[in-house]
Design a protein around this ligand. Sequence first.
Ligand code: SF4
Ligand code: SF4
Length: 419
Amino acid sequence: MPVDKSQIIEKESVTVEGIELTADWNRMFEQRVVFDYDTDALDKVTDLANAESMGWCYQCGQCIPVCPVDAVGEYGPLKIFRKLQQGQDLFNHDDLWKCTTCMNCLRVCPKEVDMIKIMPAIREEAVLEANVPQELQEVFENTFEYGNPMGESQRKRADWIKDAGVDVPIMKEIKRKVDFLWFVECYPAYHGRGQEASRALARVMNLLNLDYGILGTEEKCSCDSQRLAGETGLFEEFAEHNIGLFNKYKVKKVMVTDPHALNAFRKEYPKLGGKFETIHYTTMLAPLMEQLNFTKKLNYKVTFHDPCYLGRHNGEFDAPRNCLTAIPGIELIEMGRCREQSYCCGGGGGGMWLDGFMADHVTERLSENRVREAVETGADVLAVCCPYEVSRFEDAIKSTGNEGKLIVRDIIELIEEAL
Ligand code: SF4
Ligand code: SF4
């Protein structure tokens, strides 16, 4: 029942629903009641399907110290919640694009405020209103037109295999079932450093006599990052295309190099009819490492960056480490923020394509913050196993002035180097 504010402040006692409250209680009551609370901005968010949990925040503050964006700026679910309480419109706010959907806040939140669902739900509305940062809009258009976020020709998607030095089977050419399909994904197919890792993986898999095939020019982006950035329609269209290919080739098992594809295939493609098992390449290789005949000792001190979408999102922390420690000579040194508590490289949830936008909101890029931590361990090599990370961290090593102190290598590159 609403209480008359003037009564609370001025009278020595007040009767509410037949119960007399003394002046002491009045004062406590007066402090606790919010009289002019405008919930419109918060309601606009919580009324959206999948964004309801934004309203569950009870402001405990657990999420702020673990948010990677707050480490280099001002961010986190609690801070967003406070802005919504103050009536700020998140649908037209730069905060909408800063979350990398790294999941570290959800890991600690006692109320399960789920930014991994909230952000895509609001961003989807912003996309429908064409209210998207320009650099992200270009990525959506590239993906729609060319099948990949970089705007590369679809015809060149399998060009990387020409220099692999081994035969890489393409499904439409071999015309038979294989033990597993290797979904190469865009950065490993087109980006120079990604291609190097892809060739190394092809050579190692051929050494192990594994029966696999790739989709080649038929493959299109898994689109998980575009989905998290709000392009749900594009995601569904591409998912249906890729599922159609998996069905055509009777694929039961998919191996991915990209943890973002892993996430889409495990959690989103089944909702659209995809029925297949998916594993990351490190998960597949870890138990096979003893079959490789290593001929070199690498003698590197290596630190490892857990990709958010392999570790926190999909629970794989051990396989990359098991691959690394099986390489002769490698000493693995952990960073303080590792495994479940790993820091984010800044590339998830569309962040890969928002570096220009983010530069206006942070004191340094997330990848730079992470590189500084890696250098502090005294490691020679920063090992990664997500295709976004090689270029992000190599750029960050240059921009933080750490060239010569640290190099970035995909785990598969280290494996091949020791063979
Ligand atoms: S941890 Fe959860 S409940 Fe606590 S402040 Fe953050 S979002 Fe709110
Ligand atoms: S998902 Fe990650 S980046 Fe987004 S608010 Fe939570 S901790 Fe911060």
